[in-house]
Ligand binder design. Structure first.
Ligand SMILES: Nc1ncnc2c1ncn2[C@@H]1O[C@H](COP(=O)(O)OP(=O)(O)OP(=O)(O)O)[C@@H](O)[C@H]1O
Ligand SMILES: [Mg+2]
Length: 163
């Protein structure tokens, strides 16, 4: 696991941009963390690094937003999913199989319904005695597809790494 400290929304955007530089077609990233932790901020940085210029907003009501980047980005927010039936309706397998990158906010909700191989990015709000803009970001690989890139990821994320 890689542990990062973000001191501002700008830091979290930049971390998203670095992750986009390492991600490729077919990759899945689950973003977890409380309301206001910074999942959408990270997604904005991720999309900007893919060259997306249109605004990236939390797709809370549509569930899935598609961006025509190269590779394409599927941005989901599954906070409002009612249950496993709705997860099936999302048809994650075909979304994951079309050559794009899939980024899912509140990813822990669909963890049981996604392929083993994914990257988890957990954003944690600062402890009460810390600066309110601080976030601890925990990046972990699940499955070999991301495990193989963890050394590289620690290098490119070095500016934010904390022990
Ligand atoms: N270090 C930081 N990283 C990210 N956001 C930060 C940070 N410090 C302050 N913020 C602020 O916290 C808020 C994060 O909001 P954001 O919409 O990204 O959260 P979210 O995790 O997507 O929440 P939701 O689950 O409601 O979609 C923004 O207003 C942002 O400016
Ligand atoms: Mg959000």
């Amino acid at each position: 696991m890689i542990r990062l400290r973000s001191r501002s929304a700008e830091d979290t955007r930049a971390i998203g941009g670095v992750l986009a530089g390492v991600a490729g077609p077919g990759d899945l990233i689950l973003l977890t963390g409380d309301l206001g932790a910074g999942k959408t901020v990270l997604a904005k940085g991720f999309g900007a690094a893919l060259g997306i210029t249109e605004p990236i907003t939390s797709p809370t009501f549509t569930l899935v937003r598609e961006y025509d980047s190269d590779p394409p980005l599927h941005h989901l927010d599954v906070y409002r999913l009612a249950g496993p039936g709705e997860v099936t309706d999302l048809d994650l397998p075909s979304l994951l199989d079309d050559g794009g990158i899939t980024l899912i906010e509140w990813g822990e909700i669909v963890r049981g319904a996604v392929p083993t191989d994914h990257l988890t990015v957990e954003l944690d709000l600062a402890p009460p005695d810390d600066d309110p803009d601080t976030r601890i970001v925990l990046v972990s690989a699940v499955g070999g597809r991301w495990a193989a890139r963890m050394n590289h990821l620690s290098g490119v994320l070095a500016p934010w790494v904390v022990s």
